[in-house]
Design a protein around this ligand. Structure first.
Ligand code: ZN
Length: 286
């Protein structure tokens, strides 16, 4: 791949009690990211890992998702936070997004797919099944995939790698590999990305914050526990995340919502010739 960088589609504000270790920062508000990885192919085509919120939701979150849900999720969004809008600001054409690899299909990860009409959505088969079977009050929303022309569901029956028990290489190039990280949802995947600046594993919501899978202060946080599809599987995935960090390729584990990890990631394409219009906003996250 030519380039790999990370954007955040707005953020979330959460009570410390829900997302920090017991007794730490319980009364503070913790700001979290909604991290999206952007792969730039040598051809100029783009591949996203997750798509964030769609443009309409960024503009009017309460109108699009309901006031109560927006409040409970603690969403922090502005119109310019939509990933399509940020790509334009970086001089990249959203029409060149050829694929979105979804870590999972919860609304904050995949509703933005609607803004990329030329993209196929690549997802694990078990996640797609959970999505279609979802009860109305879950974090899945049927309309998010309704306008996706192409959905490719894959079984993660490939060899164990990066510390995870199952994998699949959706494009057959070895630089984007989906890994079995279920627990947060039924078919949550992590996505290993080998780019010019190193190897990163975008784990979606498999874990919200890095401390949760560490050994010193063991998670899950209250928020992770309450939103988990299966708590035992969630803990199994934490074992995988520890093994992943110890992998000889030294991958950087990137949870969707960890602002401290996000701050250390590349945020612009290294080969861009157009100065980003929203550079000030991006620097605020550095
Ligand atoms: Zn989720």
């Amino acid at each position: 791949m030519r380039d790999l960088f990370f954007l955040t589609c707005g953020g979330f504000a959460s009570p410390g009690l829900a997302i920090r270790p017991l007794g730490e920062a319980a009364l503070q508000t913790v700001t979290m990211t909604n991290t999206v990885a952007v792969v730039v192919r040598d051809s100029g085509d783009l591949v996203l890992v997750d798509a964030g919120w769609d443009g309409a939701t960024c503009e009017a979150p309460a109108r699009e998702m309901g006031r109560m849900r927006a409040l409970v999720l603690g969403v922090r969004l502005r119109r310019e936070d939509a990933i399509a809008s940020q790509l334009r600001g970086l001089g990249l054409d959203p029409g060149r997004v050829s694929a979105i690899v979804a870590t999972h299909l919860h609304l904050e990860s995949v509703s933005g797919a609607i803004d990329f009409p030329n993209a196929e959505v690549v997802v694990s088969q078990s996640e797609l099944k959970a999505y279609w079977d979802a009860p109305r009050r879950s974090l899945y929303r049927a309309r998010d995939l309704a306008r996706s022309g192409r959905i490719r569901a894959l079984v993660l029956d490939g060899t164990p790698t990066y510390g995870f028990p199952g994998s699949v290489d959706p494009f057959g190039r070895g630089d984007v590999v989906m890994l079995d990280a279920r627990g947060h949802s039924a078919g949550n995947v992590a996505v290993a990305l080998r780019g010019p600046a190193g190897t990163f594993v975008h784990v979606g919501d498999a874990v919200y914050q890095s401390w949760e899978f560490g050994l010193a202060k063991e998670g899950p946080s209250l928020a992770s526990r309450q939103s988990a599809w299966h708590r035992k599987e969630l803990k199994r995935t934490y074992d995988c995340l520890r093994a992943c960090q110890a992998d000889p390729r030294r991958p950087v584990v990137v949870p969707s919502r960890d602002a401290e990890v996000f701050a250390r990631l590349p945020h612009t394409p290294r080969t861009s010739v157009t100065p980003p219009a929203n550079a000030a906003h991006l620097r605020a996250g550095d």
